[in-house]
Design a protein around this ligand. Structure first.
Ligand code: SIN
Length: 205
């Protein structure tokens, strides 16, 4: 599947006829809306796990040096916490542009803290998109994130933004916590010290 999903998402037409509907955000949409919304509520979805397995050519990396950002992968029994925004259909056009690097519109069931549920929209980059990177060891992913940057800024700020937003929600996410720990080791050089090697001098990589 080609990386640019704008046309596919418009053809999917999900939620376009409704006056307002919920959007579930779990990555950049979790910590930075950047679009108008009618209300927002923390929410969870079941059966999906957040994974930093998607390449970013347009926000936190470039086509030549993609960054590593979040997508969702199916995992029976998993619970993913995010932020739900009630939006109007006009917001779909800029959202499709923002999420164009491999993310497709899907519908999912959102659960709110008070027990309410609602059908909502979620953007997921499935493994058949050309920018999909897939799994890697946490240290490898953290090094990749630490060295990547794109038009929206350093890739590490995206990871830190997701982790901080989850912290504000009181939500646990072992994958994000492992990546944060690994990023800290990369950034403080404790990774190289622990391995008994000298840290690389600036400019030698
Ligand atoms: C999302 O945040 O819900 C989708 C992925 C992203 O924009 O980072």
């Amino acid at each position: 599947m080609s990386v640019d999903t704008i046309t596919i998402n418009r053809q999917r037409g999900i939620f376009e006829g409704q006056a307002s509907f919920w959007l579930f955000g779990y990555g950049s949409l979790l910590y930075k809306a950047g679009f108008p919304y009618l209300e927002y509520r923390p929410a969870t979805i079941r059966g999906w796990s957040r994974r930093f397995w998607q390449g970013s050519h347009d926000h936190r990396g470039t086509p030549e040096a993609p960054g590593r950002v979040a997508t969702l992968v199916e995992e029976p029994g998993a619970v993913c916490t995010g932020m739900a925004y009630r939006i109007t259909p006009e917001v779909l056009e800029p959202l499709d542009v923002r999420e164009k690097n491999g993310y497709l519109r899907f519908t999912t069931t959102l659960m709110f803290a008070d027990g309410d549920t609602a059908q909502g929209l979620v953007y997921i980059a499935t493994e058949d998109n050309d920018a999909f990177l897939g799994p890697a060891p946490a240290m490898e992913m953290a090094r990749h994130i630490a060295q990547s940057s794109g038009p929206s800024g350093p890739n590490r700020d995206y990871l830190v933004g997701v982790a901080a937003a989850l912290g504000r929600l009181g939500a646990e996410d072992a994958h994000v916590a492992n990546l944060m720990q690994a990023l800290q080791e990369v950034e403080t050089g404790s990774e190289t010290r622990r391995a008994g090697r000298s840290p690389a001098r600036p400019g030698t990589v």
